[in-house]
Design a protein around this ligand. Sequence first.
Ligand code: 13P
Length: 253
Amino acid sequence: MRKAFVAGNWKMNTDSHTGVALAKAVASGSSQVAGHSVTVAVCPPFVYLQSVAAAVSASHVAVGAQDLYFEPKGAFTGEISPSMLKDIGCTYVLCGHSERRHVIGETDELICKKVSAAISGGLLPILCVGELLEERDASQTEAVVSRQLKNGLAGLSVEKVSAATIAYEPVWAIGTGRTATRQQAQEVHDFVRKLLQQMYGDELAEEIRILYGGSVKPGNSAELMAEPDIDGLLVGGASLKADDFLAIIDSAA
Ligand code: 13P
């Protein structure tokens, strides 16, 4: 049985006060379910990771970073290593979020190095994949997702990949209010799971969690979670409001 997983990606939002307050509200409001029936994580900006980690330390809410660099240390101005994230209490790290792919320009090759470094450094990566609207319209969804998945996990053993979570986030559904329908999401999740089965076998495909992200709200989270291959939700905007995020967590629990 795959345990449900709800993660909040705060992106470049909050400040030192609102971030800690939000984290505390999430920790106290999810105390009945977090860690038991649902894995809960929040992914604040780098500069607030430490204070957020302290704010949730007595709870079952985990902390994730939104990115990392693949080198262990050295002259990489502005970058953050896996061991630095571990050091301050991070468990998870997003890799290849669509905003990093399409706004910052990260390639599959770079993302693969990050996934690999995260796992070697003892972090649990959440590898994000998803197509642009023009790619969906051109019936390229499966080709794009397949390429991102194969390239993003290239060279990793099945043992290493078992540390990963996959997040399907169709780019056209992110921050647009236009959620994929549950059928559209389930179709791609089923495709991803079958691809992972071909690549790594039945056991991994059965165990790995595949999250959906893109305009998830309290009003649509339960129906998305009802689909057999949607194991959790990666939430952007709605994770910035404690009540909304807690309602989403409850719908997944
Ligand atoms: P929204 O929930 O704001 O659409 O963002 C989704 C997302 O990108 C989460 O990583």
